[in-house]
Design a protein around this ligand. Structure first.
Ligand SMILES: Cc1ncc(COP(=O)(O)O)c(C=O)c1O
Length: 512
């Protein structure tokens, strides 16, 4: 890596000269950067006490995103290689100071055992917002819409009817009557499946983790859409899976890229969201659906379809699950009640191919022994009384108005050069920023101005996504959505103006 002349002025950056980053590999860039710096500390090139460059300078020097630099420093800090003082910078920890500091030396005992262990990532992706902030970050329904009263009544009924039995462990694969309800609901969507093939999980997140573990063994690669669900990426990292990203375009998953990935890797499975994808809101075109199924069957590729929000269909014409297309054997379907009811239930499900029922059931028991019997019974009763369908129509109507408000405000306020997807369902859409704007910096500035949005980098591997934002429309009401988009548009406009003026001054710094 050749460093810029400006960056070379700093001695600390000089010590980092020669760092080579593999931008097309599977290892995240921040891990590579941290490893390179750790190597220099271990070799003595950066002795104890030396100051690391500011993250902005490091980002410029290595042509990486600022967030990547921040993440690399966090990793080094957690491993005890560096320490940071508020406002004073980041320094290499010297051996003497390590011995003096009991906390660091305590973590020193574990650090040699922790090298490859996952780091907690929750709470870091989104900057902290205060109560007044307009949250366009949350892919969760507005709690004001949760059916509190109805659910309380249903719980009362379960306690009355089942007595202490509802507080016991439940069957390992889930409460049978609820699995029957699910089989009926799936049949309405064209998926014919016997209840024994439906495994209830603690949220679809658990289903996803189990399936990743089962279908992507050592030496195989997980193919994943990019951008994708952030926790799918984090799960893959936590499980230390090889990941290969397959890009999207306006019609959804790019099959040419998928085909190339199949040629170049030993794929374990493809994880995909063909309907109202998170984070883009895109739906796979009908022609691509057919071709995807044909390609996967031809190449022996298991497809895991995450159908998490497909029932949030505001026009009533969303495609059914891929399993409805002639019950292909290679498709595993994941679903959840989190988006159509509320996430605190922690009830999701997997439609499991027959041969995998035993192995998955065993993995599930080993993971959590049982799901929550009380909630599963209550959920069954909620569905039996027809309350789920009533609730679903209510929230579809509510969310549709919010989506319309967001699309209208984008049309009215966004400067030229900004593009966005136009979903007809789901929870979010994707905004492409004009050239030169940095999504992380823009999200930071928008938050200072009272609007929280998610920078695209959170949904990409290897530091991509700096030119996109995810905007969620189901949490806030129409008025606040309009106000939020107006403010976001002003932030983008200011960013464009500043970018132009910096360009004319000849500076290469990122704008905002
Ligand atoms: C794409 C996707 N899949 C799965 C989940 C997990 O949902 P849960 O575990 O609550 O069912 C989410 C949550 O936001 C999601 O966005």
């Amino acid at each position: 890596m050749i460093l810029s002349v400006k960056a070379k002025k700093h001695g600390s950056i000089l010590a980092l000269d020669g760092i080579h980053l593999n931008r097309s590999g599977d290892e995240p860039l921040y891990v590579q950067v941290a490893a390179a710096i750790r190597g220099r500390i271990q070799s003595g090139a950066m002795p104890g006490g030396s100051k690391l460059p500011a993250t902005r300078d490091l980002a410029l020097a290595l042509t990486i995103n600022r967030t990547t630099a921040v993440e690399a420093y966090r990793l080094l800090r957690e491993d005890g290689w560096v320490r940071s003082g508020v406002g004073s910078g980041t320094f290499v920890v010297s051996r003497e100071s390590e011995e003096e500091a009991p906390v660091t030396s305590r973590s020193g005992f574990w650090s040699s055992r922790m090298e490859d262990l996952p780091r907690p990532e929750h709470g870091r992706a989104q900057p902290v917002a205060d109560a007044a902030t307009i949250r366009l970050t949350s892919p969760t329904a507005d709690p004001a819409a949760f059916p509190l009263q109805e659910f309380r009544e249903v719980l009362d009924e379960i306690f009355r009817r089942e007595g202490a039995g509802c507080l016991d462990y439940g069957p390992p694969d889930g409460y049978a009557p609820l699995r029957e309800v699910l089989a009926e609901r799936l049949a309405r969507q064209g998926v014919q499946v016997d209840p024994p093939r439906i495994l209830l999980t603690n949220g679809s997140q658990q289903g996803l983790e189990l399936i990743f573990r089962l279908l992507v063994p050592q030496g195989r690669t997980l193919l994943i859409e990019e951008p994708t669900y952030q926790l799918a990426l984090r799960t893959a990292r936590a499980l230390r899976l090889n990941v290969r990203a397959v890009g999207l375009d306006d019609e959804g998953l790019r099959l040419d890229a998928l085909s190339r990935s199949l040629d170049e890797t030993r794929a374990g499975m493809l994880y995909t969201m063909p309907v109202f994808q998170n984070p883009t809101g895109l739906t796979l075109s009908p022609e691509r659906r057919t071709r995807l199924l044909a390609l996967a069957s031809e190449r022996g590729l298991p497809i895991v379809e995450d159908h998490f929000d497909a029932e949030l269909d505001y026009r009533g014409d969303a495609p059914p699950p891929l399993l409805a297309e002639g019950s292909p054997q290679n498709v595993v379907l994941l679903g959840t009640f989190s988006k159509i009811l509320f996430p605190g239930l922690r009830v999701g499900w997997i439609v499991v191919p027959e041969p995998l029922i035993g192995p998955l059931s065993e993995m599930k028991v080993c993971a959590d022994l049982s799901g929550g019997l009380l909630t599963q019974m209550a959920l069954y009763e909620f569905c039996r009384r027809g309350l789920l369908d009533t609730h679903l129509s209510r929230i579809r109507e509510r969310n549709a108005a919010r989506l319309a408000a967001m699309l209208g405000a984008l049309e009215a306020h966004m400067p030229s050069g900004v593009r966005w997807t136009r979903p007809t369902g789901g929870m979010c859409l994707w905004l492409h920023l004009p050239k030169g704007l940095d999504a992380d910096e823009l999200a930071g500035e928008a938050l200072r101005r009272g609007v929280a949005v998610s920078a695209g980098t959170a949904f990409h591997t290897n530091g991509g996504g700096w030119d996109g934002l995810r905007l969620c429309f189901i949490r806030e009401d129409e008025e606040r959505i309009r106000a939020g988009i107006r403010q976001l548009a002003l932030t983008i406009e200011d960013g464009i103006v500043r970018g132009h003026s910096r360009e004319s001054e000849g500076a290469a710094a990122p704008i905002l």
